[in-house]
Design a protein around this ligand. Structure first.
Ligand SMILES: *Cc1c(COP(=O)(O)O)cnc(C)c1O
Length: 381
């Protein structure tokens, strides 16, 4: 089955009971038993299993070429469930510019309960190898990264991880299963903040994990049910619905994004443009090998904090907001928003300057978006 077809027909999203074509919202916490322990369809209690959530989980498992999917109440709950595969005393090697909330949970929560992390540039194989100790049990990668869109070679790093007996987790939020399938490249677990492209409409907070490793699947199922940060039926329905148009949304976003990248490259008011299509030859080759697209996230430098502030204020179609991956275009200034908690010195080291602006390109008409950017740049001239 081709990807676009799978987004409509993957998993088990029709209702076996009534034949309902769209996944019904089984808004129930529990299920009648036909005798003690005699369950009708394996459903006992909705933390453990709910038919609407099961539909989503089987769909995302198919889309990521895995066997088992798990839906959580947020991307961070999914990150946390993956880390709970480890024990106190274990160590994780993590990408140095992962999502801020991921950095926070590793350094402020898991560190405190005995799971330590070391942050390294995962585009650098030697740096990753040097960070691995005898306690290391997991390699945690995000690619492309936020907001500078650096690309890590998933296949290569999964191989390094395997050689050292580590579980490889890849946060695939930016690429989505439409452009990239980390399990095919050797990763053990693929993770999504489904709040972003998978939901796609700025109306759900959710997280997903997928694996094809039988032992990891069993353990994640146990953790999901034991810790309990599960996604509710209504939100599961919204994700199944969002996925139906994921392919179309990603194609439209990608098309418009490349037009905007081209415009920004030719704009003398912009000092740098960050997008996976603009990477150095080496990283570009990796991106082309492991993904079938570049995605809809662009960062660019307008030179100063004042200009960045004025630009975001001058735009009409780019909504000033955190988050990304929605039908509407969103804009943010990382140094003052998503990455404000990182000390300025460290931010500058990472390349997150005060004039850096990040946009998540939506599916509006590209002519309108370009017109809007043009008038915005006139305003800051
Ligand atoms: C948003 C995000 C997360 C966290 O997901 P939530 O749904 O906000 O909890 C994790 N990783 C990436 C790359 C993200 O963009």
């Amino acid at each position: 089955m081709k990807k676009k077809t799978m987004m409509i027909h993957g998993g088990q999203t029709t209702d076996e009971f009534t034949g309902a074509v769209s996944t019904p919202i089984y808004q129930t916490s529990t299920y009648q038993q036909d005798g003690i322990g005699n369950l009708r369809q394996g459903y006992e209690y909705s933390r453990t299993k709910n038919p609407t959530r099961s539909a989503l989980e089987s769909l995302i498992a198919d889309l990521e070429h895995g066997t088992d999917g798990f839906a959580f109440a947020s991307g961070m709950a999914a990150v946390s469930a993956a880390v709970m595969l480890l024990n106190a005393g274990d160590h994780i090697v993590v990408g140095s510019d992962v999502y801020g909330g991921t950095y926070r949970v590793f350094t402020k929560v898991f560190d405190r309960i005995g799971v330590k992390s070391t942050f390294v540039d995962t585009t650098d194989e030697e740096a990753v190898k040097a960070a691995i100790t005898e306690d290391t049990k997991m390699l945690y990668i995000e690619t492309p990264t936020n907001p500078l869109l650096n690309v890590t070679d998933i296949e290569r790093m999964s191989k390094v991880a395997k050689e050292h007996g580590l579980i490889t987790v890849v946060d695939n939020t930016f690429m989505t299963p439409y452009f990239q399938n980390p399990l095919d490249l050797g990763a053990d677990i693929v993770l999504h903040s489904a709040t972003k492209y998978i939901g796609g409409h700025s109306d759900v907070v959710a997280g997903l994990l997928v694996t094809k490793n039988e032992k990891i699947a069993e353990d994640l199922g146990f953790i999901q049910n034991s810790v309990g940060g599960v996604l509710g039926p209504q939100d599961s329905f919204l994700l199944v619905r969002g996925i139906k148009t994921l392919a179309l949304r990603m194609e439209q976003t990608e098309k418009t994004t490349l037009e905007i990248v081209d415009y920004l490259n030719n704009n003398p008011q912009v000092t740098a443009v960050f997008h996976p299509s603009q990477l150095s030859d080496k990283q570009l080759a990796v991106q082309k090998r492991q993904a079938s697209g570049f995605g809809g996230m662009i960062s660019f430098d307008v030179g100063s904090k004042e200009k960045a502030e004025l630009l975001v204020k001058s735009l009409h179609y780019f909504t000033l907001a955190e988050s990304l991956g929605a039908v509407e275009s969103l804009i943010s200034v990382p140094s003052q928003m998503t990455h404000a908690s990182i000390p300025r010195e460290r931010r500058l080291e990472l390349g997150i300057t005060d004039g850096l602006v990040r946009i998540s390109v939506g599916i509006e008409d590209s002519e309108d978006l370009l017109e809007d950017l043009k008038q915005g740049f006139e305003a800051i001239h």
